[in-house]
Design a protein around this ligand. Structure first.
Ligand SMILES: Cc1cc2nc3c(=O)[nH]c(=O)nc-3n(C[C@H](O)[C@H](O)[C@H](O)COP(=O)(O)O)c2cc1C
Length: 217
């Protein structure tokens, strides 16, 4: 399939086939998408909680049962469900942990390059922390890029998905003690395979035209 076919075939699944499971080999590639997604200054300000058992999915469904019950079956019937969480802070220790990982991965031929990267990274974080005062929002943008990659990556693997902001993120933060761990939930993505009866599979895709969204200069 070419990319346009993949983009047209993917859609937000409203009814998953509870009998179908994503294979371990395919899910390994899904996890690679999560890990290899790009982020500004390689900040990687994310964490993912993944459930593929009825018990794990039931815990995630606590985030939909009260305010967003229409999303609950999309969690319980999916093969794998991912809670997407963002970091709540980016302190010096965290920046150093990124730097040390990059060093371990062989990115610095000399100490001066390592020092430069740490300085540049701190400059960007301080900009968002003190000048723009949008550090959390900026980190969350990076996490949304990852979610975009996840949706396209899953589609390329022939895996169906439903991204959900219709979840009580405070309930998820509480259920998984995310604040204590330095994170906050943003959204949930269910992955699996569409059920034959899913009405949304038969609806045509609706988007503004190319002329509306793109200006050629
Ligand atoms: C960030 C995000 C949050 C969404 N939240 C929900 C949701 O809570 N429940 C749901 O059924 N669909 C949800 N959707 C699906 C959108 O409604 C859908 O992507 C949009 O209508 C375009 O349709 P398509 O994905 O089928 O192409 C969400 C999509 C995105 C990208």
């Amino acid at each position: 399939m070419n990319l346009t076919d993949i983009l047209k075939d993917r859609y937000s699944v409203k009814q998953f086939d509870a009998t179908k499971k994503i294979s371990d080999a395919d899910f390994k590639q899904v996890k690679d998408v999560l890990r290899l997604s790009p982020s500004s200054i390689n900040l990687q300000p994310w964490h993912f909680l993944i459930a593929d058992t009825p018990e794990g999915k039931a815990r995630i469904a606590k985030g939909t049962e009260v305010s967003f019950p229409f999303n609950t079956p999309k969690i319980l019937d999916a093969s794998h469900v991912i809670v997407i969480a963002a970091r709540t802070h980016a302190d010096e220790a965290y920046l150093t942990s990124i730097l040390e990982q990059e060093d371990k991965d062989g990115r610095f031929a000399a100490q001066e390059f390592k020092d430069q990267v740490q300085g540049g990274r701190k400059m960007f974080v301080d900009l968002h922390k003190y000048d723009l005062k949008d550090l959390s929002h900026w980190m969350e943008k990076q996490v949304y890029l990852n979610m975009g990659a996840l949706l396209l990556g899953a589609a390329a693997l022939g895996i169906d998905a439903c991204p959900m902001e219709g979840v009580d993120v405070k309930a998820l933060d509480k259920e998984f003690d995310l604040h204590e761990k330095g994170y906050t939930a943003l959204a949930v993505v269910s992955l699996g395979y569409r059920k034959d009866t899913d009405f949304n599979a038969k609806l045509p895709k609706s988007r503004f035209s190319e002329e509306t969204i793109i200006t050629k200069l």
